[in-house]
Design a protein around this ligand. Structure first.
Ligand code: HPA
Length: 277
């Protein structure tokens, strides 16, 4: 059985974008909570609202704009997703990973993912940045379930090094040059939208997770399937449930992400500039 419907839909989205924008990105960047403004700071060549692409999933979360911005970070041609869709909004995994697949088809060889997370590792503080070294995807449905799209990749893709070592080295050395402290660790994706319970956080720590969030891993899997080079940085917006006496709120997460945004943007921008070299 071939997954023709999913591929046809992707092709249709691709053709619509190509009809409107001829720009060829080398890298694709997905902006998480609080980071949307980064896209307004680059040398913009074109922009396209998701709502202008028939068949494209549109986000409903507050604080997430919905558009592609095409332009240059330094000399590097990029496509930026200003806002992403999440599984907890009720979209299928096929919807959630469609944008990453589309950006690959537009020419992006690199996928740079960002997000806000809850810190599980006891050495982390709110406001820290964590370079993702590996992930745990086992709590969300795999985005590759269903007939394989052979045009994109193989049925059983290897996931032993999803987060590209060379890109990680670039991000680490950039952080060091900028004097930005950068933690490293394993990111686990849960479905959300409820935050975790303290018992769940204890379980996730036992399993080897350093930070938890509601995005990124499924996109990384789909991108790896297509042969993209992937990297990801997480902004630890809060310590996870049960690690402090405070209850978690979306407003608090948003606030922490907003506060960390200037430094986060600096790190992302400087890293991407080097990725083009
Ligand atoms: N849990 C899950 N997702 C999150 C958190 C959290 O504590 N903080 C920001 N995103």
């Amino acid at each position: 059985m071939k997954n023709t419907a999913a591929y046809e839909r992707l092709l249709k989205c691709f053709e619509q974008v190509r009809a409107k924008v001829s720009f060829e990105p080398r890298a694709a960047l997905v902006l998480g909570s609080g980071l949307g403004a980064f896209a307004d700071e680059i040398k913009v060549e074109a922009a396209l609202d998701y709502s202008e692409i028939e068949g494209f999933p549109v986000s409903t979360v507050e604080g997430h704009k919905g558009r592609f911005v095409f332009g240059y970070v330094g000399d590097v041609p990029v496509v930026i997703m200003q806002g992403r869709v999440h599984y907890y909004e009720g979209y299928s995994m096929e919807d959630v990973v469609l944008p990453a697949r589309l950006m690959s088809m537009l020419g992006a060889e690199i996928l740079f993912l960002t997000n806000a997370s809850g810190g599980i590792n006891g050495d982390f503080s709110a406001g820290d940045f964590m370079l993702v070294t590996d992930h745990i995807s086992s709590f969300v449905p795999n985005p590759l379930i269903g007939a394989n799209i052979d045009e994109l990749g193989t049925r059983f893709p290897d996931m032993s090094s999803v987060y590209d070592k060379q890109l990680r080295d670039i991000i680490s050395s950039t952080a060091a040059e900028l004097g930005i402290s950068l933690k490293q660790g394993v990111y686990v994706q849960l479905t959300g939208p409820s935050f975790e319970s303290p018992a769940e956080i204890k379980m996730l720590r036992t399993l080897g997770a350093d930070a938890v969030g509601m995005s990124t891993v499924c996109e990384a899997i789909a991108a790896n399937h297509m042969g993209m080079r992937v990297c990801a940085i997480s902004c630890v917006a809060n310590l996870a449930a049960g690690m402090t006496d405070d209850p978690l709120t979306h407003a608090e997460v948003q606030q922490a992400a907003d506060k960390a945004a200037p430094l986060f943007k600096k790190l992302i921008g400087a890293s991407i500039e080097k990725m083009g070299k």
